[in-house]
Design a protein around this ligand. Structure first.
Ligand code: ATP
Ligand code: MG
Length: 388
């Protein structure tokens, strides 16, 4: 069984520093709750699919969790961490021991993930190979396999869904029928974590829920307090003179550090400019929604939402405004809340029971459009809405 002391992991992880860009280095923050949940979950067999908004911090947490377990130990656990987006692979053995078969394995993983193109066959081949190697690991009782950012790279190559689906189905099948909490594979206790961001991938994971103990788990953006600490930390480093409204930033970014960094590095803290880009994104989606609903134009779409629900709360948009969910989900505007939430979700208008906006800015933009009765809104009008 994989045994983890969450306090020790949290202590180690919170000492780590994160490089956001060349000269911006910040502290790792928060995640006590998530690490505690995940630590106790590691002692239960099965496959977990960790999903969450783009840039919520999945990779950062999983990568540091793997490293911390190597340092702290987790009851003789070998950890195989593969990141498909960075095309990086790492095999961490307790006590740093390594052997021929492990070097072989690293080579094997590297060859698969380093290629310029990757086929579904290679992904499945790699996963099967991992199973085979796991049996040959000597001196460990447990193996933790992490496939991080599984969907990202494949999506760009157009084979995302199939690869994610096959891999998840394969693992679910491997675990099916084995007693949870016992060594599920040979004499080794194996746990598999797959992380995905794309919402279509999450839908696939949801389809297989329960099979072989498969469970999707939601990792959310940082909570308000931790997010604002990061804002201050970065501001001090990058532009101490810049005036920021903490509440405005929270209402636009909702704790998403990736989006915050975009504002800082690509928009030089210019919220108006950044919002302009978000408005463009929502306008494009409005065109697609209007088309799907056979409406004559986007104004008809906005009026439809206005007359049915008024306020574009996430659950209402899907259930009561009866918008086709696909563009909203596919373009990562909304996220469907399924499975077990690892994080505590904020109690805000942009978070519902079944759906949430990945970035609150989307909610405020849509709201401003509804109030105006059309998609031509200015960033200032959006800011006015969220400051009410
Ligand atoms: N706990 C944290 N404290 C401070 N910053 C964090 C934390 N977790 C993540 N970040 C920062 O947030 C940004 C996004 O993190 P990360 O790449 O891990 O997200 P992700 O969910 O894996 O994204 P993707 O959806 O692209 O896979 C990074 O710049 C990272 O350094
Ligand atoms: Mg990631």
């Amino acid at each position: 069984m994989i045994r983890v002391n969450p306090e020790a992991v949290i202590r180690w992880i919170q000492k780590q520093r994160l490089v956001l860009s060349g000269n911006v280095v910040i502290n790792f923050r928060d995640r006590e709750r998530e690490i505690t949940e995940l630590s106790s979950d590691l002692s239960i067999g099965g496959v977990r699919v960790i999903y969450g908004p783009l840039g919520a911090g999945k990779t950062t947490m999983l990568n540091l969790l793997a490293k911390s377990l190597e340092v702290i130990g987790a009851g003789d656990t070998a950890i195989i961490y593969v990141n498909y987006e960075d095309r990086a692979a790492n095999v961490l053995m307790p006590g740093g021991s390594s052997g021929g078969s492990i070097n072989d394995l690293i080579n094997k993983i590297s060859i698969t993930v380093m290629g310029t193109t990757i086929s579904i066959g290679q992904v499945i081949g790699l996963a099967k190979e991992l199973w085979r190697y796991v049996r040959e690991f000597h001196g460990v009782d447990n193996v933790l396999i992490i496939h991080d950012d599984l969907d990202r790279w494949f999506i760009s190559g157009g084979i995302g869904r199939e690869a994610v689906q096959e891999l998840i189905a394969m693992y679910a099948g491997e675990f099916e029928g084995r007693l949870l909490g016992t060594a599920p594979w040979g004499d080794k206790y194996v746990k598999v974590i797959v992380s995905v961001s794309d919402q279509t991938a999450v839908e696939l994971a949801w389809k297989y829920r329960g099979k072989g103990g498969l469970l999707p788990m939601l990792l959310w953006n940082l909570p308000r307090e931790a997010f604002l600490e990061v804002v201050n930390e970065v501001k001090d480093r990058v532009r101490p003179e810049v005036q920021v409204e903490p509440e405005v930033l929270w209402q636009l970014f909702g704790g998403n550090i990736r989006a915050l960094m975009e504002l800082i590095l690509n928009y030089d803290w210019d919220v108006i400019n950044w919002l302009g880009n978000v408005i463009g994104h929502i306008r494009n989606i409005a065109y697609r929604e209007a088309l799907l609903l056979n409406l004559p134009n986007t104004s008809a779409l906005i009026m439809r939402i206005k007359s049915r629900i008024g306020d574009p709360r996430p659950d209402d948009v899907v259930y009561n405004a009866l918008l086709p969910g696909e563009p909203l989900i596919e373009d990562n505007v909304l996220i469907r809340i399924v499975g077990k939430p690892l994080s505590q979700l904020p109690r805000e208008e942009w978070v519902g029971e079944d759906y949430a906006y990945q970035l609150p800015a989307y909610y405020w933009v849509l709201k401003a459009m509804i109030i105006k009765g059309g998609i031509d809104v200015a960033a200032q009008e959006v800011l006015k809405e969220l400051s009410k």
